[in-house]
Design a protein around this ligand. Structure first.
Ligand code: ATP
Ligand code: MG
Length: 491
């Protein structure tokens, strides 16, 4: 009898907690991007289904605002066919993303629906698309180098696992190409790539040509092309981040890439303006500047694994002071500036080394490597400072030894920084070439993940922290016992 009771209790509990009322409403107006409905009872962020009876189709929409019994919704797909009177059914859920290893090799949209024609996803877990950033006090330190396979980055702008960087440039300077080189060559465990507001043609190019079959096997691609609705493009960024968070929670080192963040900001601008928010800086409403750090803070390390993130930022009109560029640059742990002048002279990747910075490179490089980095960077700076004089033939060789060295090494440095799209560079090769340029030697024990010291891996750090916690708990328990004993003795 007892066994039967326990058996049924599970189901009784489930029934007790199941919402049996279906909350429905009906469409009252469609105003631009916004759909208004009378009811259903819902909360902001909730997913609703709008039923088009004529075609028997359902359009997924998200609650963006509430005003009395009026619900303001935004559709994830085209609003064609929606008319006044269409039924709106609340789902009771906010946007959830399917997660699991079954996502590897797959292409999905912002709602987690596969769009690669390979059938259903082999996943059973869900993560919320909107989530909080990890607690800053539990984040593991960034002290292990990530290999990008791009010579210029791995040498002069070394990055750590869990670091977040922006790739900034105007249109057509090579942002997407650089990102695809990193995706192909990185030593991260998995890639999670969000293609947001990109051209449809570029999506297939990226999957087939840039990633290829091998790259795709360890990648998940989330797509929201420029012709999709603004809520779709906005949420695609969250979906991408949620998937990366899942793999990080499995203790993996994840490479998160977003192409591009400006389209995310544009999507939020469109949404905010249509919900009645007033524009502030250059037409961007304040909510855009609130959302950017909230999204970007979700990447990085937590207490289990790491998300290294590269966010492409399209710099409007090549103006580096435009508000989105400024906000993103201030939020991230580094910026890679691409230069149109370099691209025009066919110097690819067009990274302007002197204007770029990786804030954590000193933590992931060995001593000799840092010396070589400083020396080569200095030679680039000296050449740039005196470029006009050198090119005009005004500079007399022998007048300044530093300028002489910069001139003699200039060609070799240029060749070192330039890289064909398909060219793969190992860390060993990159650091050896850098050492030759600087006339120094980089020892082999610096060509590793954590050259500064024999630092522990993330997993080891978590393990030792847990051990310390258990030891602490035991000590507290022992101390409590001892104090009880001494109290009873003193009585
Ligand atoms: N490493 C490279 N080697 C050779 N050519 C390159 C390289 N990187 C970029 N290019 C050239 O630059 C062009 C533009 O590159 P890409 O599409 O990556 O720029 P983008 O900054 O992403 O542009 P958009 O802002 O329009 O998305 C490419 O079509 C290619 O011809
Ligand atoms: Mg691009």
């Amino acid at each position: 009898m007892k066994i039967m009771e326990t058996f049924f209790n599970k189901y009784l509990n489930a029934v007790k907690h199941t919402e049996t009322i279906l909350y429905t409403g009906y469409v009252t107006a469609v105003k631009g991007l916004m759909i208004e409905s009378k009811g259903p009872r819902s909360m902001v962020g909730e997913i609703c289904n709008i039923k088009i009876s004529k075609t028997n189709k359902t359009v997924l929409a998200e609650v963006m605002g509430l005003e009395g019994s009026t619900v303001k919704l935004m559709a994830y797909s085209a609003t064609e066919g929606i008319e006044v009177g269409c039924e709106v059914v609340a789902s009771g859920k906010v946007l959830q993303v399917p997660v699991g290893r079954g996502l590897l090799g797959r292409v999905i949209d912002a709602t987690g629906t596969p769009c690669d024609g390979k059938g259903n996803l082999d996943t059973s877990e869900f993560y919320p698309a909107l989530a909080q950033a990890p607690d800053p006090m539990t984040r593991l330190p960034i002290d292990r180098r990530i290999v990008t396979g791009v010579r210029c980055i791995d040498s002069l702008l070394a990055c750590g696992k869990g670091q977040r960087l922006g790739i900034f440039a105007g249109s057509g300077v090579g942002k997407s190409t650089l990102l695809s080189m990193i995706a192909r060559n990185t030593n991260a465990d998995v890639n999670v790539i969000g293609l947001i507001g990109e051209r449809g043609r570029e999506v297939m190019d990226f999957i087939n040509r840039d990633l290829g079959v091998e790259g795709m096997k360890r990648s998940v691609v989330v797509v929201a092309t420029s012709d999709t609705t603004s809520i779709n493009r906005l949420r695609a960024a969250y979906t991408t981040t949620a998937i990366a968070e899942y793999f990080r929670d499995q203790g993996m080192d994840v490479m998160l890439m977003m192409d591009n963040l400006t389209r995310f900001a544009h999507a939020q601008r469109e949404i905010a303006l249509s919900t009645g928010e007033a524009p502030a800086q250059r037409g961007y409403p304040p909510s855009v500047f609130d959302m950017i750090p909230k999204l970007l803070e979700r990447s990085g390390t937590n207490d289990k694994g790491s998300i290294t993130a590269f966010y492409n930022v399209l710099v409007d009109g090549d103006d580096l002071d435009e508000p989105i560029t400024d906000k993103v640059r201030g939020t991230l742990d580094g910026h890679i500036m691409l230069s149109r002048a370099l691209a025009q002279s066919k110097h690819y990747p067009a990274i302007d080394v002197l204007k770029s910075i990786s804030r954590l490179s000193r933590r992931v490089c060995g001593k000799e490597t840092l010396k070589a980095v400083t020396k080569v960077s200095r030679m680039i700076a000296v050449y740039e400072e005196n470029k006009e004089m050198i090119l005009a033939g005004v500079y007399q060789v022998g007048a300044n030894p530093e300028i002489d060295e910069a001139i003699s090494k200039h060609q070799a440095i240029e060749e070192f920084l330039m890289q064909e799209e398909e060219e793969h560079c190992t860390l060993e090769d990159t650091l050896h070439k850098l050492a030759v340029l600087a006339d120094l030697e980089v020892p082999d024990d610096e060509i590793v993940e954590s050259p500064q010291s024999k630092r522990k891996s993330v997993a080891e750090q978590v393990q030792s922290r847990k051990k310390a916690e258990v030891a602490d708990a035991n000590t507290v328990a022992a101390n409590t016992d001892l104090s009880l004993i001494s109290k009873s003795l003193s009585k």
